[in-house]
Write a protein that binds this ligand. Structure first.
Ligand code: FAD
Length: 457
C-alpha cells in the first residue's frame, strides 16, 4: 500500500485544506462544516486505513464520489472525509458486458469508455454525476420509464465495512448490504469502492423530437402529453421541462421525446404519434432529429451550470390525482431565469414488479425543481419559491426521491413501510456505532437511527 494521502485540518496549508474540503463540490452553496481530515484515496487499502483511523479517533467517516449531492452531504463536521476523486478503475468483461467501475466515475466517462466497445450504461442525465452517490439512490437514468432505475443493473458492490474489512456484496454473499446498496441513498452503512454493473448494447439511432410552447398553453400541452404517454413507444423517454430556453426571455414548456432505437425508420415510427397530434403553434419544434449521449450531455451541462447555487426539491405524485392541476404552479412560475422544473413520467416502469431491494417507492408522475441562482442574493427568492410550491404540493404526494432533496430542510417518505424498517435494521446491524455519517438531516442528528420514513404535512 502506498502512503496514505491525508490532509489534516490542523496541519494543512489553509488553501490546500479548503480545496480538499470543497474543491470537488458541485453546488456553490458550500457549507460551513469542517472535516477533521480528508483522505484522497487512490486504492481500497486507503479507504480501509481511513476507517481504522476514524475508529481509533472515535470520529465519523463521510464519503465523496462525484460531489453532486445537493446538500453537500460529503462535508461533515469533525469527520474523516474519504474522497474518491483520485481513485480510478474502469474495466469491461466484453463477453459478459459487465463493467467494474470506481465510484467517482461519471456518467459521461463511463459511456465514453463503453461506446467504442459497443456498450452503454443508462446512468445519470448530467454528465458529471458520479456513479457512487447516484447508484446508491437508485439512479433515475436515461429512459427510466422503461429501463427502470440504474441500480437494477448493479450485480455486486465491493464495500469497506464499519470495522474496516473489504467484502463483496451480491445476491449470494452479504446480501443485506447488496439489498441496501440499491436504494438506501446517502446513508449506506459502508463505503462502496467498486461497482459491478451490467451494461446494455449501444443504441445505434438515438433520435429526439422537441415541442416548445408558452406557459399560457400549459393545460393543452400537458393534457396532450399525458394522454400520449400511457401508449407511447416503450423505448422513448418523455419529459416536460419548464424553463427559459436559450434566447427566450419568458418561461416556456419544452416537451422532449428521446427514442433509443437502432435505425431511423423505427425511431420515426416511435415518435410519429406526438408529431401527428401536437398542439397548434409551437414556438420551436423539431422532429426525429439525430442525437446521441454526447449531445444530450452537452445540453444537460448547459441546463445545470457549474459555479451556481442550487436548491432542490421533488415529489412523487399520488396515482389518480389531477396531476395537471397539482403541478400547475410548479410548471408555470419560476424564481429565476436559470431555474428549471420538470415532470418525468415513470410508467410503465412504475407499475412493474421490482427486484427485492431497498428502492421501493415510486409513482407514475415525478416532479423535480432544480432552483438555481448565480449568487447569494438570489437564495431567498429561490428558497421561498421552492418551499412555497412544496408546501402546497406535498399533500398530493406519496413521498420523494432521495436524490433530489435536501434532508436538512425536509424529510418525508422515501421507501415502502416494510423496506424502510428493514433498511434501518440493516444499517444498525452493519454500523452499530455510527462510524459512517449517514443521512444529513437538520442538525446532522439522525446517525445510527436513520430516517423515520414518514410523510410530512
Ligand atoms: C446537476 C445534477 C444532475 C443530476 N441528475 C440526476 C439524474 O439524472 N438522475 C438522478 O437519479 N440523480 C441526479 N442527480 C442527483 C445525484 O444523483 C445525487 O446528487 C448523487 O448523490 C450524486 O452522486 P455523487 O457521487 O456525485 O455525489 P457525492 O456528493 O459525492 O455523494 C453523495 C453522498 O452519497 C454517498 N456516497 C457517495 N459515494 C459513496 C460511496 N462510494 N460509498 C458510500 N456512500 C457514498 C455519501 O453519503 C455522499 O455524501 C443530479 C444531481 C446534480 C447536481
Amino acid at each position: 500500500m502506498s502512503t496514505l494521502p491525508i490532509i489534516w485540518k490542523g496541519d494543512a496549508d489553509p488553501l490546500a485544506y479548503e480545496e480538499a474540503r470543497v474543491g470537488r463540490v458541485f453546488n456553490l452553496r458550500r457549507p460551513e462544516r469542517y472535516p477533521l481530515a480528508i483522505v484522497k484515496a487512490r486504492e481500497a487499502a486507503h479507504v480501509v486505513e481511513a476507517v481504522k483511523i476514524a475508529i481509533e479517533k472515535e470520529c465519523r467517516v463521510s464519503v465523496r464520489s462525484g460531489g453532486h449531492s445537493w446538500s453537500v452531504a460529503s462535508v461533515r463536521d469533525n469527520a474523516i472525509l474519504v474522497d474518491f476523486g483520485d481513485f480510478h478503475e474502469l474495466t469491461l468483461d466484453e463477453d459478459m458486458g459487465v463493467v467494474q467501475v470506481s465510484p467517482s466515475t461519471t456518467s459521461a466517462e463511463l459511456n465514453a469508455f463503453l461506446k467504442p466497445k459497443g456498450r452503454m450504461f443508462a446512468g445519470g442525465h448530467c454528465p458529471d454525476v458520479a456513479v457512487g452517490g447516484f447508484l446508491l439512490l437508485g439512479g433515475v437514468g436515461w429512459n427510466a420509464r422503461n429501463w427502470g432505475t440504474a441500480c437494477e443493473q448493479v450485480l455486486a458492490v465491493d464495500v469497506v465495512t464499519a470495522d474496516g474489512r473489504i467484502v463483496r456484496a451480491d445476491a449470494n454473499d452479504n446480501s443485506e448490504l447488496y439489498w441496501a446498496a440499491r436504494g438506501c441513498g446517502p446513508g449506506f452503512p459502508g463505503i462502496v469502492t467498486k461497482y459491478h454493473l451490467q451494461t446494455r448494447p449501444l443504441v445505434r439511432a438515438m433520435r429526439s423530437s422537441l415541442y416548445v410552447y408558452p406557459t399560457t398553453k400549459y393545460r393543452a400541452v400537458f393534457e396532450w402529453v399525458l394522454k400520449l404517454t400511457p401508449t407511447f413507444d416503450e423505448e422513448t423517454e418523455i419529459v416536460m421541462i419548464s424553463t427559459h430556453p436559450p434566447g427566450m426571455d419568458e418561461l416556456h414548456l419544452m416537451v422532449l421525446f428521446i427514442s433509443f432505437k437502432n435505425d431511423e425508420d423505427t425511431a420515426k415510427h416511435a415518435l410519429q404519434p406526438a408529431e401527428d397530434t401536437l398542439p397548434s403553434n409551437p414556438v420551436l419544434h423539431w422532429f426525429c432529429q439525430e442525437t446521441d449521449l454526447e449531445k444530450e450531455y452537452v445540453g444537460q451541462a448547459h441546463a445545470n451550470p457549474a459555479g451556481h447555487r442550487y436548491h432542490c426539491e421533488n415529489a412523487y405524485i399520488r396515482d389518480g390525482e389531477d396531476v395537471v392541476s397539482v403541478l400547475e404552479k410548479a410548471l408555470t412560475t419560476s424564481p429565476s431565469k436559470e431555474t428549471y422544473t420538470f415532470w418525468y413520467p415513470l410508467a410503465p416502469w412504475s407499475r412493474r414488479e421490482l427486484p427485492d431491494m431497498a428502492l421501493s417507492l415510486r409513482a407514475d408522475h415525478y416532479l423535480a425543481m432544480y432552483t438555481i441562482c448565480k449568487d447569494a442574493t438570489g437564495d431567498k427568492a429561490c428558497r421561498d419559491w421552492t418551499k412555497n410550491i412544496m408546501d402546497e404540493m406535498k399533500r398530493y404526494s406519496i413521498g420523494a426521491y432521495l436524490g433530489d432533496i435536501d434532508l436538512q430542510i425536509r424529510t418525508t417518505k422515501f421507501w415502502g413501510d416494510e423496506q424502510g424498517r428493514r433498511l434501518m435494521d440493516i444499517r444498525r446491524k452493519w454500523d452499530p456505532q455510527g462510524v459512517f455519517c449517514g443521512y444529513l438531516d437538520k442538525g446532522d442528528r439522525s446517525g445510527v437511527d436513520g430516517l423515520d420514513n414518514k410523510l410530512d404535512g
